[in-house]
Design a protein around this ligand. Sequence first.
Ligand SMILES: C[S@@+](CC[C@H](N)C(=O)[O-])C[C@H]1O[C@@H](n2cnc3c(N)ncnc32)[C@H](O)[C@@H]1O
Length: 268
Amino acid sequence: MQLSDQHFQAVTQLFQQISGIKLTAAKRSLVQGRLQKLALEHGLDSIDEYVDGVMSRRQPGEIRLIVDRLTTNETYFYREPEHFEFLAEWLRQHRPASAFRVWSAASSSGEEAHTIAMVLAEQLSGIPWEIVGTDLSSAMIEAASQGLYPMERVQKLPAAWLKRYCLKGSGEYSGQVLVDRSLRSRIRFQQANLTQPLPDLGQFDIIFLRNVLIYFDDAGKRDIVQRVLTRLRRGGLLFTGHAESLSNLQLPIRMVKPAIYAPTDSHH
Ligand SMILES: C[S@@+](CC[C@H](N)C(=O)[O-])C[C@H]1O[C@@H](n2cnc3c(N)ncnc32)[C@H](O)[C@@H]1O
């Protein structure tokens, strides 16, 4: 099945309006593959016909589905372990005096938020804590709220944590793990677009903003980081993906360690 230039432009423009992410010609075969799957699911054997239908009807549900399919949601438990090790050590040294709040700002299907929950459960006994996970994709938010994962997503998790915080499924759930309810009950997931005014999420001690900035140009990165920083408490920290650099963006932050930033005073 073919995707014409014109239809590729139409879809990527719509996607950019919503997500802020620009899909270049280099992503064309990926876009084509994902749209082809959607066309087939609708019983159509032409991608262009599917796109024409979406563009003329503009049904929010269908547009949301396209956005869900065109985002890259890859993630897993204990990804970039340095952040979790740093957080554990930081909590040992700065025992919070009040409720501790962490935001997983591009949570995808929730593996990052659930890993953070394990760190907090280990370090903060007796201190209240909560985690908020948000993502552009409502399909990812729905998956995250279930807390049910295929075994391969927990491969990198320390064995002791897997044992302590995950229930191995059997029968129809075999090959899957369910995160323990005691952790799940402290995590809330909701849809939020980082390129738009944010919903009222409150203030956070730590914000994870990992492996999402990579999809934006410098202006887009700066815009998102500035918006996200308004939700960081004084003395808080921002974690980005290790492949994402915030230097040269003229942001009011300083690097504490690779991919860990603290706001400079001018911010508050
Ligand atoms: C690769 S995942 C990162 C997951 C996790 N933070 C990690 O590091 O493993 C990127 C996520 O960013 C989300 N995303 C993309 N654009 C977004 C936007 N404008 N607002 C909020 N989330 C967005 C995607 O839906 C996707 O789930």
